[in-house]
Design a protein around this ligand. Structure first.
Ligand SMILES: [Co+2]
Length: 339
């Protein structure tokens, strides 16, 4: 799961259908529909063939909001401190340096996350709901004696995030069946023995168009390039440079609003890991653990937050892809814990 830097709520943005109608009460419905059809054709030309999701897309199938169900986690499983309250502890200012035994515990959590993600990915196909994927991944994680870290993190209602097509991040699994041609990011974080491990990948449901597949492959490669850049003494800014060097020439943009993050005893902690070209200070040291999780967008990377308080989609409707690993800096480079 990404750390949220800043995203404007959907209602605060101009140009959405509702605010457009409100701002221009004299525009006829026919003119609005004509404009919408023209916008749709332009988007298809630019971004390819896929179903664009909007809050309304889910209205019919979306289950009523409900409190996260902690009963689905057996009582013997150790829970992170926010599991009941929903409120995570304050971020420590310093970046923790993990000892070898702590890295070993984190590696165990990370491998459960890796296996849970693989299980979720194997379920991706047209007709399967993201709620069904969530349920299966949840069952797998608790069967390993671990806690699905997203559950009730700041009130998040499910075990995993599922982000489809133009959803940038933090999509809530729901009763919408995946459509042929969807791309879906599944984001899994697991808490076990006092440590979190966090990983995500973007999967194809059925036949995804060429532009979608190219976006997914470029994002996968951007994560690989960013990991190759890591090592002791390397500035954190090298991550953003590596990602941008790969995706900017392809015409893609990188989200600045959602970032990677330190991880360990806390789900999210310092440092924030920026994936866009930046000159933020700080360098990697052996024992530091953090995620790299670039979100690469076909069009502009600016996001809008849906009324559910979680889902962030692109403002321009273009697709977004994301891959994520948790790594720890070693004396000689970096170990990817979720691989
Ligand atoms: Co994350």
């Amino acid at each position: 799961m990404s750390a949220l830097n800043r995203v404007r709520p959907a209602c605060a943005r101009r140009g959405l259908a509702t605010s457009r109608a409100a701002a221009q009460p004299r525009t006829s419905l026919r003119a609005l529909l004509r404009q919408e059809a023209a916008d749709h054709r332009a988007r298809q030309a630019a971004f390819g063939q896929y179903m664009r999701l909007a809050p309304g897309t889910l209205r019919a199938s979306k289950p009523a909001p409900r409190a996260p169900s902690l009963e689905s986690v057996p009582a013997h499983i150790a829970r992170p401190p926010y599991a009941e309250s929903g409120t995570p502890p304050r971020w420590p200012t310093r970046i923790p340096i993990l000892a070898a035994d702590e890295v070993a515990r984190m590696r165990a959590a990370a491998r459960i996350a890796r296996d849970a993600l693989a299980l979720g990915g194997r379920m991706v196909r047209p007709g399967v709901t993201t709620a069904a994927i969530d349920a299966a991944v949840h069952r797998f994680i608790v069967a390993q004696g671990a806690y699905p870290s997203c559950l009730n993190y700041m009130g998040f209602p499910r075990a995993i995030c599922t982000s489809v097509n133009n959803v940038i991040a933090h999509g809530i699994p729901d009763a919408r069946a995946l459509a042929d041609g969807d791309i879906v990011n599944i984001d899994v974080t697991v808490y076990k023995d006092g440590f979190h491990g966090d990983t995500s990948a973007t999967f194809a449901a059925g036949g995804v168009d060429r532009r979608g597949l190219e976006l997914v492959e470029a994002t996968r490669e951007a994560l690989r390039a960013a990991i190759r850049a890591c090592g002791p003494g390397v500035p954190f800014a090298a991550i953003g440079r590596a990602v941008e060097a790969l995706v900017a020439p392809l015409g893609y943009s990188v989200s600045e609003e959602l970032t990677g993050h330190g991880i360990g005893r806390d789900f999210h902690q310092n440092p924030l890991v920026y994936h866009h070209a930046n000159d933020h200070p700080g360098a990697m040291e052996p024992g530091m653990a953090f995620t790299i999780e670039p979100i690469v967008c076909q069009g502009a990377a600016a996001g809008v937050q849906w009324p559910d308080g979680w889902t962030v989609s692109t403002a321009d409707g273009g697709r977004a892809a994301q891959f994520e690993h948790t790594l720890v800096i070693t004396q000689g480079g970096a170990e990817v814990l979720t691989e």
